[in-house]
Design a protein around this ligand. Structure first.
Ligand SMILES: NC(=O)CC[C@H](N)C(=O)O
Length: 358
């Protein structure tokens, strides 16, 4: 099968086609060497084309229990070598895939030029021009203004916590949540009420949560205005937590700002320093935006050792804690799972119910 990948700037790379189809997308890479099922089902990869820098992907099969959501989210998949088993899965999912290209070159390009627009065309008889046409149609990530609707639940959902553990009710705003976030809360005993990304202040009040949790998710945090308003309303009234996009939304709501990074952090060995303990933990990451300025209301408690970007924010008085990385791992190291204990420690089940119009 013929296959072409057209990069922003017009350079076209030839590849071997594994799953037919054509698509635009933002070209990014992950250095994770395991966890391809988790990465491919992570909703934060929506509208992106995911390149694996690790050369062999699919070598331990495909198992549903490792999925983070109910579908593959990247628009297309690029690797040096894809096994037949993973190709079969991507084919069922209708996600174009290519291999047998020099992914070292591709990753070097992304490191030098930044995450970029691309176009992919795969199938019998496709041409370079087909890939260039897809590239032409590619939107910048910030132009996906309604990306929350593509990944969020349509209706509220409920996930019950384990019988033993913390007696807490968490309301999770689903901006494209990974299943492991819900699982990590449930495993500690918390019941999780999942609400759509555009839930209103009243919707949240009705769930009477002990903690309001903002999930990870795809795209530019600037396009999650409703969620920012929600956080703005509930800051100080409810304990707040956030992961990845959740941290970015909390920062924007509390007077901070976010910015696009050059090529982002995607992998499972990102070193993060905690300024209070002076300890470094290895973390899983997948983000292309960062908190540029946390504002006056949030303290940076953790930072990335490679580039100093904020990895943890805190306001003790308002009871807010957030992480830029993924404490729930999946894939990746479990070193920071205790974040969920810290979040649930903020829950006080005996507190008065919240009032929507306060
Ligand atoms: N994993 C995430 O939540 C990613 C957040 C945001 N979409 C970013 O790329 O920075």
């Amino acid at each position: 099968m013929d296959a072409y990948v057209a990069l922003e700037g017009g350079h076209v790379v030839e590849a071997r086609g594994r799953v037919p189809g054509s698509t635009p997308g933002e070209l990014v890479f992950t250095t994770a060497y395991t966890g391809y099922e988790e990465s491919l089902t992570d909703p934060s990869y929506e509208e992106q084309v995911l390149t694996f820098s690790y050369p062999l992907i699919g070598n331990y099969g495909v198992r549903e229990e490792r999925f983070e959501s109910d579908r593959v989210h990247p628009n297309a998949v690029v690797a040096r070598e894809l096994t037949d088993e993973i190709v079969e899965w991507l084919d069922e999912e209708g996600v174009p895939a290519v291999d047998h290209l020099d992914t070292r070159d591709l990753v070097t390009d992304i490191r030098e030029e930044g995450a970029m627009k691309c176009g992919i065309a795969v199938g019998e008889g496709v041409t370079e021009q087909d890939a260039l046409d897809e590239l032409d149609a590619c939107k910048g990530m910030s132009e996906h203004t309604d990306i929350g609707a593509q990944v969020s639940v349509d209706e509220p959902a409920f996930s019950e916590g384990a019988a033993d553990g913390v007696d807490a009710d968490v309301t999770l705003i689903d901006c494209g949540a990974k299943g492991s976030i819900v699982d990590s809360l449930n495993a500690r005993g918390a019941d999780v009420q999942i609400l759509p990304y555009d839930a209103t202040i009243e919707d949240v009040a009705e769930t009477e949560p002990d903690v309001l949790f903002i999930s990870n998710g795809p795209g530019d945090p600037a396009n999650f205005e409703q969620t920012v308003e929600l956080v703005d309303h509930y800051a100080g009234e409810l304990p707040l937590a956030g992961i990845c996009l959740g941290q970015q939304i909390v920062a924007r709501a509390l007077g901070g700002s976010t910015a696009k990074m050059d090529f982002g952090h995607r992998g499972v060995n990102q070193p993060v320093m905690d300024v209070r303990t002076n300890r470094v933990v290895m973390t899983t990451q997948n983000h292309g935006y960062t908190v540029a300025d946390p504002g006056e209301n949030l303290e940076v408690t953790q930072f990335n050792v490679n580039d100093d970007t904020p990895e943890g924010l805190d306001n003790e008085e308002l009871e807010i804690i957030t992480r830029q990385y993924h404490p729930e791992a999946n894939p990746g190291p479990n070193d920071s799972l205790d974040f969920f204990d810290d979040v649930l420690a903020m829950a006080d089940p005996t507190a008065d119910p919240v009032i929507a119009d306060d």
